[in-house]
Design a binder for this molecule. Structure first.
Ligand code: LLP
Length: 416
C-alpha cells in the first residue's frame, strides 16, 4: 500500500500534495517520494519480526537520497551498504554506524579502514581473500573486525538473471560446501570475530520458497558450526522481497516473516537481519514526466516524454514493466502508445504498448520508481539529473535540486 492516490478532484496526489503543483513548481522530470509510504513499509518489516531479536538494515543502493536515509534513520533503521560512498551517506543522514552491515564482493582496504574506524556492526565477507585482507587491515588499526560470511546457498530465486545472486555460477558469496572450512579459517584469525551468517539470493522475488530453502540450508550450517564452538549470533537473510509493479503478487513482509519465524523456533536467540531495499522504497516513489510530443506513424503511436532511460533505466536494462498513469485522466478513446524519451537510442523507452488517452503537455506518473530509479540515473546525452522531492503530509521538501547544466562539465578541462 502506498500514499499515491487519486483524490476527489480526479487528480493523482502524493499524500496531501497534488502532483500537478509539484510539476508546476519544480519542473519535470521529477522524482517524488512519500515519507508516510517509506515509514509504513519499514514498519511492516519491523513489526513482522517483533518477537525475535532483529534489525532492519535498509539496502541503501535502492535509494540513497539523504532525505530517504534520514527518514529511515529516525525510525532507528540499520543500513546495508556496499561502498564507502554509501557509508558516508548514512553518516551524513544521521544513521548509526553501529547498525551498518557492509556487503559487496570488492571492498577496498581504504573502505575497510573507514568502516572499522566508524565501528560498523558487521562485514559481510564474500571470499577468502577478502577475509585475509580484512584481518590485515583490522590488525593494522589494532581492532577486531566483526564478520559474517555471505553464503551462496545455490538456490534458484526464479527472478531476472541480472538480479539473481544465489546460484553457484554467480560471483557472490562463498560456496555452501566450502563454508565450514572458511568459517574455521575466520575463527582462527586473530583480528576477526565471527558474529554472523548472511545470504542474499536475488531481487524482486515473488515466492517465499527460495527464501525458506536458503534459510534452511543456513540454519543447518549454523548448527554444524555451533557444535564446533563457532557461535553465530545473527542470521542476515538479505533483501529481495518483490513488489507489485503490474500483476505480481509477492508475499507481504508479514507472510515472509511468519514463514521465517516458523523455521527459527529452535533459534530464538538468533538476531534476524533483513536487508530490504525495493520493498521499502519502490512504491514510495513516482517519476513525474510530461508529454512533449505525440507522434503518430503508420505502425505505432509514440508519446515522446521528457524523462528518458538516463532517468529510469529499469525498462531498458531489465525489460522491466512500470505502470505509467496520467496525473489527470482524460475522458475519451484511448490509443496505444510507446512511451519514449529524447535520448538517441532505440532502447530509450519507459513503457511500450500502453493504452491511454493523451494530449501533448499531459503530466504522467511512472509508478514504483522509488527504488533503483534515481540511483541508477546518469548524465547520458548530457542530460541533467532530475530533482527529488520528499512529500510529508501537506508539505513538499526538495531533497535534491535539479542538477544545473554547467555542473555536468565543471570537473572537465580544455587542453592547455
Ligand atoms: N542486500 C544485498 C547484498 C543486495 O545485493 C541487494 C540488492 C539487496 C540487499 C537489496 O535487495 P532488494 O530488497 O532491493 O531486492 N537494479 C536492480 C536491482 C539490483 C539489486 C541488487 N542487490 C533493479 O532495478 O531491479
Amino acid at each position: 500500500m502506498d500514499y499515491f492516490n487519486y483524490q476527489q478532484d480526479g487528480q493523482l496526489w502524493a499524500e496531501e500534495v497534488a502532483l500537478t503543483e509539484l510539476a508546476e513548481q519544480y519542473g519535470t522530470p521529477l522524482y517524488v517520494y512519500s515519507r508516510a509510504t517509506l515509514e509504513r513499509h519499514w514498519h511492516a518489516f519491523d513489526h513482522a519480526v517483533a518477537d525475535q531479536p532483529h534489525l532492519i538494515c535498509y539496502a541503501v543502493k535502492a535509494n540513497s537520497n539523504l532525505g530517504v536515509l534520514n527518514v529511515l534513520a529516525r525510525l532507528g533503521s540499520g543500513f546495508d551498504i556496499v561502498s564507502q560512498g554509501e557509508l558516508e551517506r548514512v553518516i551524513a543522514a544521521g544513521g548509526d554506524p553501529a547498525k551498518v552491515v557492509f556487503s559487496g564482493v570488492g571492498k577496498t582496504s581504504a573502505e575497510m579502514k573507514r568502516a572499522l574506524e566508524l565501528g560498523i556492526k558487521c562485514f559481510n565477507v564474500e571470499s577468502e581473500s577478502e577475509l585475509a585482507r580484512l584481518n590485515r587491515v583490522a590488525g593494522e588499526l589494532g581492532v577486531v573486525a566483526p564478520i559474517s560470511l555471505r553464503i551462496n546457498p545455490d538456490v534458484d530465486a526464479k527472478t531476472h538473471p541480472y538480479i539473481s545472486t544465489g546460484l553457484r555460477e554467480n560471483k557472490f558469496g562463498i560456496a555452501f560446501d566450502r563454508a565450514p572450512v572458511v568459517y574455521r579459517l575466520a575463527h582462527s584469525l586473530p583480528n576477526l570475530k565471527v558474529t554472523g551468517m548472511d545470504c542474499h539470493i536475488g531481487s524482486q522475488l515473488t515466492d517465499i520458497d527460495p527464501f525458506i530453502d536458503a534459510t534452511d540450508r543456513l540454519l543447518a550450517l549454523i548448527d554444524e558450526l555451533h557444535s564446533e564452538g563457532i557461535i553465530i549470533e545473527h542470521l542476515d537473510v538479505g533483501g529481495g522481497l518483490g513488489v507489485t509493479y503490474n500483476e505480481e503478487q509477492p508475499p507481504l513482509p508479514s507472510e515472509y516473516a511468519r514463514a521465517l519465524l516458523d523455521r527459527l523456533k529452535n533459534h530464538q536467540q538468533l538476531e534476524l537481519i533483513f536487508e530490504p531495499g525495493r520493498a521499502i522504497a519502490a512504491n514510495a516513489g513516482v517519476l513525474l514526466t510530461r508529454v512533449e510530443y505525440l507522434k503518430h506513424t503508420e505502425h505505432k503511436n509514440f508519446a515522446i516524454i521528457d524523462a528518458a532511460m538516463n532517468d529510469l533505466i529499469r525498462p531498458t536494462l531489465y525489460q522491466a514493466w512500470q505502470d505509467i498513469v496520467p496525473v489527470i485522466p482524460r475522458e475519451g478513446e484511448p490509443s496505444e502508445y510507446d512511451f519514449v524519451g529524447p535520448i538517441c537510442e532505440t532502447g530509450d523507452y519507459l513503457g511500450k504498448e500502453r493504452l491511454l488517452c493523451l494530449a501533448e503537455g499531459d503530466l504522467l506518473a511512472v509508478r514504483s520508481a522509488g527504488a533503483y530509479g534515481f540511483v541508477m540515473s546518469s548524465n547520458y546525452n548530457t542530460r541533467a539529473r532530475a530533482a527529488e522531492i520528499m512529500v510529508d503530509g501537506d508539505t513538499a521538501h526538495v531533497v535534491r535540486e535539479r542538477e544545473p547544466l554547467a555542473q555536468l562539465w565543471q570537473s572537465e578541462s580544455l587542453l592547455p
